[in-house]
Design a protein around this ligand. Structure first.
Ligand SMILES: C[S@@+](CC[C@H](N)C(=O)[O-])C[C@H]1O[C@@H](n2cnc3c(N)ncnc32)[C@H](O)[C@@H]1O
Length: 215
């Protein structure tokens, strides 16, 4: 992993674009989820990205004394993540880890969080089932992301194109029935699906899920 001062220009630009386009919105999502966690919780953040969204919530992370493992497969984002965490004074609370969710061995965790990272995975159900096995008995799985209310072939076509231009993987256009199916296939129960913000076409929602028969 290159040190923050030696990040190649292209990598730095990718991470910068990401922060301009995404982090402002997802920081609010993180804040919503972090507010629900118990003090001292051990959190697995799947797809921490550049860490900017989490860094903007540094006050909550410190006040609650959270211990966060931030997982990501993108070296460019993780390089920026380390400097964002350092700037936010979170280096002792958040550990960035290079690796894929499917291979991660860690925990137990009190919470696993997918912020805009679940439905872009090749097999969301397998990822849910795997991280569910890393949860403590009282643990919960959280997910925040955009849902589209009606089928939009135009958007389904445009999203991959947007990824090509911006280098940001926006994931597939997600509809509620697909999201629910991923959890059902994983044998994990959605306890709550709250709308944080809604427009005519789409909404930002927060899901909380648990392993049945656990606490
Ligand atoms: C849209 S970004 C969201 C970043 C951050 N959670 C946020 O909300 O601002 C999705 C992130 O998931 C990461 N990702 C994609 N596949 C992954 C995998 N298999 N394991 C871990 N992270 C992955 C991407 O590299 C990217 O950083």
């Amino acid at each position: 992993m290159p040190s923050p001062r030696r990040i190649p220009l292209r990598s730095a630009v990718r991470a910068w674009v990401y922060d301009r386009v995404i982090a402002g919105m997802t920081a609010d999502w993180y804040r919503n989820v972090l507010a629900r966690l118990p003090d001292g919780a051990r959190l697995l953040d799947v797809g921490i990205g550049t860490g900017e969204a989490l860094a903007r919530c540094a006050d909550v992370v410190r006040a609650k004394q959270l211990a966060v493992t931030g997982l990501d497969i993108d070296r460019d984002y993780l390089a920026r993540c380390r400097s964002a965490l350092e700037r936010a004074g979170l280096s002792d609370r958040v550990s960035p880890v290079l690796g894929s969710v499917y291979d991660h061995r860690g925990g137990p965790y009190d919470a696993v969080y997918f912020s805009a990272s679940l439905m872009l995975l090749p097999d969301p159900a397998a990822a849910i089932a795997h991280v569910a096995s890393l949860l403590s008995p009282q643990g919960r799985l959280y997910s925040t992301q955009t849902f589209h209310h009606r089928r939009s072939p135009l958007l389904e076509w445009a999203k991959p194109l947007a990824q090509h231009v911006t280098t940001i993987h926006f994931g597939r256009v997600t509809y509620e029935h697909e999201f629910r199916k991923a959890f059902a296939d994983a044998g994990v129960e959605i306890e709550e699906l709250t709308t944080m913000h809604s427009t005519r076409r789409s909404s930002y929602r927060l899901a909380v899920a648990r392993v049945p028969d656990a606490a």
